[in-house]
Design a protein around this ligand. Structure first.
Ligand code: ATP
Ligand code: MG
Ligand code: MG
Length: 307
């Protein structure tokens, strides 16, 4: 079983404008759509779409829970959250202008997580997760959830003995490295936090694989530099027409972990995850992708072994 943990979920409110966003003008909306934000949820979505059993864990507010449940149901995301009473799950406003690519993102900070809520989450994890399971911790931490809480969470998962995957950044990513988790996938900006002065990217990846089983540095449209068990690869995706690359990494992580649990080889899991995320960037929202498209794209993924 794979569990994903999203500590700081959000409901994305996609505001489709009729034209360009302009000051001192009434900017009319053409339509509003809702999507689930939160990196773990996106990972769960990819796994479910690939038919791999998983459950999304984490926190959620109660006052807009109906709305959140509706989106999760539509996206086929099995979940079991610790509820934060009397507070809403935060919203992110994604402004999409007609005929203009890219988006403007405005996010709420979200509720404060209490010690009680944190202990409920840890209890739930202890009760559910076993040594044979995989746990993905992804995304930012909400107010009230500190690095020392993340350390506590990692200590608990270490004690359980499960496979620990992290899609984190900044101090949280450094904490994951310190704990020697089993998988990390920083992007090209996030890895900068981990590289030492004068070190090439390959040298950084090589050093990290001494303590972390799977190290993948994603490089957007340029692909990824990947290391596992003293084998290193540069993976290059096929060229595609990009609509929105937000969530490409989440799709990569979800489909890669799904492939690992299906006993695929490292290279197979890499090329398939690369193909799934190349399909994803061709969609407007931050999680959609086509499995059929991915299966075709996978044949065009280039694998270069590095000595
Ligand atoms: P996220 O928004 O989910 O956090 P990220 O910044 O962590 O994304 P990226 O490095 O942007 O992750 O992308 C992850 C993977 O998706 C890349 O390694 C690549 O395989 C694929 N990908 C991203 N952008 C493109 C693109 N323009 N064309 C083809 N594939 C892409
Ligand atoms: Mg990116
Ligand atoms: Mg990312």
């Amino acid at each position: 079983m794979i569990y994903t943990i999203t500590l700081n979920p959000t409901i994305d409110r996609l505001l489709h404008l009729d034209g360009e966003l302009t000051k001192e003008k009434n900017n009319r909306l053409e339509s509003i759509a809702y999507d689930i934000g939160g990196k773990g949820h996106h990972g769960s979505f990819a796994m479910s779409k690939l038919g791999v059993e998983n459950q999304a864990l984490g926190f959620c507010g109660t006052t807009n829970k109906g709305q959140l449940d509706k989106i999760l149901e539509q996206k086929n995301i099995n979940h079991d959250f610790v509820e934060i009473y009397g507070k809403p799950t935060r919203e992110s406003y994604v402004i999409l202008e007609k005929g203009i690519s890219g988006s403007i993102l405005i996010t709420e900070k979200g509720y404060d997580v209490s010690s009680y809520a944190k202990s409920l989450l840890f209890d739930k994890i202890e009760e559910k997760v076993g040594a044979e399971d995989t746990v993905l911790i992804a995304g930012s931490m909400p107010p009230g959830f500190e690095i020392k809480d993340l350390e506590k969470l990692m200590m608990l998962l270490n004690k359980i003995g499960c496979f620990i995957a992290c899609d984190l950044s900044g101090e949280a990513l450094k904490t994951a490295v310190k704990f020697g988790v089993d998988f990390i996938k920083p992007n090209r900006f996030e890895i900068e936090e981990l590289s030492k002065q004068g070190q090439t990217l390959l040298e950084t990846v090589k050093e990290l694989t001494k303590t972390i089983d799977y190290v993948i540095v994603s490089q957007g449209g340029a692909g990824s530099l990947c290391g596992h068990e003293n084998e290193f690869y540069q993976i290059k995706p096929p060229a595609v027409v990009v609509k929105n690359d937000t969530g490409a990494g989440d799709c990569f992580v979800g489909s890669f972990l799904a492939s690992l649990t299906q006993q695929k080889t490292f290279v197979d899991a890499l090329t398939f995850a690369t193909a799934c995320s190349a399909s994803k960037v061709q969609y407007n929202d931050s999680s959609s992708f086509s499995v059929k498209d991915a299966e075709n794209l996978q044949k065009k993924v280039v694998v270069e072994k590095i000595d």
